[in-house]
Ligand binder design. Structure first.
Ligand SMILES: [Zn+2]
Length: 230
């Protein structure tokens, strides 16, 4: 049965059927490692020059959908409507199980992708907050005179108090263990809201203090959308 399937469907056909983009010369981005440039050759069989993945069409489907060889064979027969006389038909139970496995896998993949995107948004937001605080620390540093009379800009105080904790969170997001990252991730909304509130409060108080002068002195909003520079 395996040989008949391999004769009927090439890896190239299957790979393309399951959504792989295959370029000239049968080269494709390898689905089994994080491949930026096509390093997998697909033809009758497949071979990846990046990660060394190698095999026939059955192996390909196995790895792609996390199936055992028999399940992969039945999947190919099913998807390509192959008229192959198997000694034993895939039972209803086996078929359901195969489909359930695949759905479960797709669900996990969706969660993983959503998590990665949310995490990236969180990191960008924290970097933006850090950038604001970083700028404030420089822009509103009190002069000696201001120190002496205790006229210290609220934004400077806000920057001094919050820059390090924000930096700490960024440090975890960039270099932390998975469990530490997840701890931060869980509280991302509270974290963002809390720092945003501190920033708006400091801005408002600073505005109240310096009155109309503030609006003409401050340039355009300089914070939003800037990537943080370390
Ligand atoms: Zn590879």
């Amino acid at each position: 049965m395996f040989q008949e399937i391999k004769d009927a469907v090439s890896t190239k056909e299957a790979a393309s059927f399951y959504g792989l983009k295959i370029g000239r010369g049968g080269m494709a981005c390898c689905p089994f490692h994080n491949d930026k440039h096509p390093s997998m050759k697909v033809d009758k069989r497949f071979h990846c020059f990046g990660c060394g993945a190698d095999g026939d069409v059955i192996n390909f489907v196995q790895q792609m959908f996390n199936l055992d060889a028999k399940q992969a064979a039945f999947k190919l027969i099913d998807d390509f409507r192959l008229n192959i006389d198997t000694k034993r038909k895939e039972s209803r139970h086996e078929k359901n199980q195969r489909i359930r496995l695949q759905k479960e896998r797709e669900r996990k993949e969706r969660i993983r992708v959503a998590y990665a995107e949310e995490l990236q948004q969180f990191r960008l937001k924290m970097a933006e907050i850090y950038r604001t605080l970083h700028d404030w620390e420089l822009d509103y540093e009190p002069t000696k005179e201001q120190w002496d009379i205790g006229n210290i800009d609220e934004r400077y105080i806000c920057a001094i108090n919050n820059k390090d904790p924000v930096d700490c969170i960024l440090e975890i997001l960039d270099f932390g263990e998975d469990s530490e990252i997840y701890e931060e991730y869980k509280h991302r909304e509270e974290t963002i809201t809390s720092y945003e509130r501190k920033i708006t409060t400091a801005e408002r108080r600073a505005g109240e203090r310096s009155g109309e002068r503030a609006s003409s002195d401050r340039g355009p909003e300089r914070v939003v959308g800037k990537e943080r520079q370390r």
